[in-house]
Structure formats: C-alpha cells, structure tokens
Design a protein around this ligand. Sequence first.
Ligand code: OOG
Ligand code: MG
Length: 261
Amino acid sequence: MESVRSGVDEQATRLLRAEDTVTDRGPLTDELPDLDLATAYRIQDETLCRRIERGEQLIGVKLGLTSQAKQRQMNVDRPVTAWLTDAMALPAAVPLPWDRLIHPRVEPEIVFVMGRRLAGPGVTAASALAAVDRVYGGLEIIDSRYRDFRFTLPDVVADNASSAYYVTGPLSASATALHLPLEACNLEVDGRIAATATGAAVQGNPAEALAMAANSLAERDHAIEAGSIVLTGGMTDAIPLTRGSTVTAHFTHLGAVTLRC
Ligand code: OOG
Ligand code: MG
C-alpha cells in the first residue's frame, strides 16, 4: 500500500511540474504499463489536493471524451471526469496566456451551472437536468501535458483530462427552455467554419453526460455541489490554436463565445 501511495504522490508531482514548467513529457504508461484507472483517478485527485493547497478553489467538474468526435480523435473509447478550479476560468476578452501553455487546442462545449447538489448513484438525464440552474455555451482550452497529445485512458485521467482553461459565453438559458440535443454550434476560426455539431453529439444529450458524471463520481464518494460549473465535453474535434487567431463558437440560443489567441 505504501508503495502505491508514494507512486501516486510521485506521478502527481511530475504531472504538475510538467504543467508549471510548460514542458511536455511522455505518457505515464510508457513507464507504468499496468497503471489502472482507479490509480489514475487517485493521481488526478492528488493533483487537485495540491492545487487547493496552493490556494486554488474547486469550482466544478468536467467530462472529457463524451462525443464520438473526441473519442475518435484521441483514440480513447470511454468518457472521463476531471476537476475544475478557479485558476482555469478565463474571463471573456482576456487573451490566452500563451506563456503557460504547451500546445493548446480548443473545443466547444455545453456548460451547466448547478442549482442543486447532484449525487449518484441512480441519477438519470431528467433528474440531472432538474438540478441545473443555467446552461451556457463555452470554449474549453485543453493542453495535454503529454507530448503530441499521445496518451491512453489512464494517462489522460491522471493528467486531469488535459484541463487548462475554459471560457463561458455571455448568454444563458434555463435548462428547461432549451432542447439540448438540438442546440447547434458552429466553431469559427478566423472567419472560417472549422467544425460544427449539435448537443446530441454529447452522449445523445448533454444531460446524459451530466448524469454519467454524477454516477461515476459517486463511485469515488464525490458529488456535484450546488453552484458548481460542469463542462459536458467537446462537441467536435479539438482544433489546435495558433497565436494571433480568433476563435468563436456560435450557438443557436446560447450566443457567441470568443477567444482571442
Ligand atoms: C482530453 C480532454 C478531453 C473533452 O472535452 O473531450 C476533453 C484530450 O482530448 O486531451 O476535455
Ligand atoms: Mg473538454
């Protein structure tokens, strides 16, 4: 047990160091081919503890790899969850902090703000949606700490699902006012449409993804607290960012979210 604990500590240290020094590295599983998902989540949880110790606040959770587009792009066959802290929230109109990023990519997401606490097991899309206060359009900026975004499922879990920053849009709707599977998004890069999708890309309905997050977090004795932000996962392939470009996600009812790079 002691060696598992020290292994978790060591990998958490190494992943946070890669992030803090903006240096990519090989996947953990190159050295630890037997790394299992449970241990990978322990590494992820340990990185959260370290972020909190250094003054960050836990503000929510994210799902990753909830769409076929993302699963295919990353060659991973299952959704994952990860943690969001206040340091990851990029206020609208603030330019991307390039000096803190290795090889950022952007993806459009449907974002929930929770009105009530949501705890599994047994959460359904309907009960999940009933706990939502508002829905936003968002952009997530991911930045794997692994060279060339090459990773397996346990690697990406340990790396907090490549989390770096996210931006939410200026408009919101109540969860009942929208039919989320039909909410569409055009992702525009420098005036050209780079990708498009609807909410149905995310597990058929982003509310299904939210229910899945609550149920899988419950297996590790966590709940989604009232007031939390939940990113439900990239609707399209993630697009590599380049300096100087402007990315806008145009949603049908949730307005436009812009990122200046
Ligand atoms: C993993 C992060 C996945 C999403 O929305 O699918 C993610 C990655 O693609 O590096 O945030
Ligand atoms: Mg994402």
